[in-house]
Design a protein around this ligand. Structure first.
Ligand SMILES: Cc1cc2nc3c(=O)[nH]c(=O)nc-3n(C[C@H](O)[C@H](O)[C@H](O)COP(=O)(O)OP(=O)(O)OC[C@H]3O[C@@H](n4cnc5c(N)ncnc54)[C@H](O)[C@@H]3O)c2cc1C
Length: 382
């Protein structure tokens, strides 16, 4: 997105990708809200593995919150979506370099003057750059090369494991399914997202600091599959592990001629782990801001006004809110999670909102409406 936006704005752009093909291996459950994706693109049918027409949340005692939301989202086929995005950048004028890894930065004073790269064949080069956009994901090294504090604390990371399985029947065919419970998935949730044709992404993300004796996400995934989808273990097509930054944004997202976007800037949301749309938004803003940056003017002011402030408005405010919700949920035991689910069911039964429901509003109301839950959540939710 950043490369595309910068190229459309008239800049000469080089997009580096260390892998032979962008989008693989995929470390994502691939769900996006439809209206957010459609604010950027008319989705191609090949991007959509399954529509999402509703959701289900199940807590440890089997309490289910089930809600139909027609056309609320998509489960993407990210291998195709990411590759098309990469191609769109090229079609907009960016030069594309796969199998080319950024290995360092050349600094001239505080500014970056070039990016050091290494190709898969072992060739090393320095490529001059007037602006660098770091879009290198959760394992980003670019910000660190520039001397920025970009490490994610263990308490601020979701450790995830996921399998793509076939021959699977979900409780609701085109709904996203979430499973919560301290034993099942400490400090996170498990998911079952439909991928069409009897396939699904089954996975979970835990907060490692809350895990039992350092038990890894893969062990929790095994137990989750045994409990909810025992037939899945014989039908695994793909297995992935990955991390989601849950810090609600880096403290500093730009410096001199460097700007950081997407997961590299820790823009996934702490509650759901979703980061695709925030990567699109931040990439788009950064690409456009880069063009203004090179037009001249006060550099810090341009990043602030053209990148950080709109990001604050469109992404960071909500991320902070999700982070608070996650902090509350992390402190609830299974009984309290079950109670919350029951209150939400009552609230939804009495809600006369047609179509969509503001789920976060309902969750907040649920947490603040029960004396025991209120005690745990009021200082966090205010
Ligand atoms: C298990 C799991 C499930 C998830 N599920 C969802 C979900 O359902 N919905 C959702 O919205 N989000 C989800 N996320 C989060 C989502 O995947 C990320 O937020 C999103 O991919 C971030 O996009 P990005 O472009 O910032 O980073 P990435 O998608 O990680 O892309 C970074 C790119 O940079 C390349 N790269 C890295 N270093 C270098 C280098 N040195 N030189 C050159 N290239 C480099 C990588 O190869 C990669 O192609 C999930 C994450 C995980 C781990």
């Amino acid at each position: 997105m950043a490369a595309k936006a910068a190229a459309v704005s008239g800049l000469s752009v080089l997009l580096l990708e260390k892998r032979p093909e962008v989008g693989t291996p995929i470390r994502c459950a691939e769900a996006v809200p439809s209206y957010r994706l459609e604010s950027f693109f008319s989705p191609r049918p090949s991007w959509i593995a399954s529509p999402i027409n509703g959701g289900m949340v199940e807590t440890a005692d089997g309490t289910r919150i089930v809600k139909e939301f027609p056309h609320v989202g998509y489960v993407l086929e990210r291998k195709i979506f990411d590759r098309d995005l990469f191609a769109f950048a090229g079609e907009s004028g960016a030069h594309l370099a796969t199998r080319t890894r950024a290995t360092g930065l050349v600094l001239a004073g505080k500014d970056i003057s070039a990016v050091k790269v290494e190709t898969e064949r072992g060739e090393r080069k320095e490529i001059g750059a007037e602006v660098v956009i770091a879009a290198d994901g959760v394992e980003s090294t670019t910000a660190r090369f520039a001397g920025l504090e970009a490490k994610c604390e263990l308490s601020q990371i979701h450790s995830c494991a996921q399998v793509l399985v076939n021959n699977i029947e979900l409780p609701f065919k085109d709904y996203v399914h979430f499973y919560m419970g301290v034993e099942i998935v400490p400090g996170g949730y498990a998911w079952a997202f439909p991928k069409g044709e009897g396939r699904a992404n089954l996975g979970l993300g835990i907060t490692p600091s809350l895990a039992d004796n350092g038990r890894p996400a893969t062990a929790y995934l095994d137990a989750f599959l045994d409990r909810y989808f025992p037939e899945a273990k014989d039908n695994i097509v793909e297995f992935v592990v990955g991390a989601v930054p849950a810090a609600a944004g880096l403290k500093k997202m730009y410096q001199n001629n460097l700007v950081i976007v997407g997961d590299a800037a820790h823009l996934s949301d702490a509650f759901s782990g979703a980061g695709i749309i925030n990567a699109l938004i931040s990439g788009d803003l950064a690409g456009k801001a880069a063009a203004k940056f090179l037009d001249g003017g006060k550099k810090e002011k341009i990043w602030k006004e053209e990148y950080y402030n709109p990001l604050q408005e469109q992404v960071l405010r909500t991320l902070n809110w999700y982070k608070k919700i996650k902090n509350v949920i992390n402190h609830l035991n299974d009984d309290e999670l079950n109670t919350t689910a029951n209150i939400i069911n009552q609230l939804m039964a009495h809600s006369n909102q047609k179509g969509g429901v503001d789920f976060l509003y309902i969750l907040r109301t649920a947490l603040l409406s029960h004396p025991k839950l209120l005690l745990k959540s009021r200082h966090i939710l205010g």
